[in-house]
Ligand binder design. Structure first.
Ligand code: HEC
Length: 87
């Protein structure tokens, strides 16, 4: 498995830190409550996608106009924890 994905999945992320990262980096395109804007609605996203796929989506930059994000595994784990909470 990809070492970054692996490192991220070992960390128990903080949802509140993740919510803050989301507001700063993602809400402009995905909406303040992830309801969708320029980017798609992310509600229940983790029912539709595996964590490894979500992580790759965020760091790869392969789906423009979504940029690639460089973050450390802790921040990614926090963000993932927030994405899991989107129902
Ligand atoms: C510049 C606008 C923009 C920003 C900023 C952005 N996204 Fe996106 N995002 C998009 C677009 C557009 C797509 C659809 C890409 C495609 O599949 O063609 C997308 C797709 C996604 C998907 C896949 C959705 C699905 O249904 O499969 C996820 C997950 C995602 N973004 C998460 C994030 C997260 C988390 C952040 C912040 C770290 C972020 N995005 C920041 C525009 C953006």
């Amino acid at each position: 498995m990809d070492p970054f994905v692996n490192a991220t999945l070992k960390i128990d992320g903080s949802k509140s830190n993740g919510a803050q990262l989301f507001r700063i980096n993602c809400a402009g395109c995905h909406g303040i409550s992830a309801q969708g804007l320029v980017g798609p609605n992310l509600r229940s996203i983790s029912d539709r996608n595996k964590d490894s796929k979500l992580i790759k989506q965020i760091v790869s930059g392969k789906t423009p106009p979504m940029p690639s994000f460089e973050m450390d595994p802790k921040s990614m784990a926090d963000l993932l924890s927030y994405l899991h909470s989107l129902k």
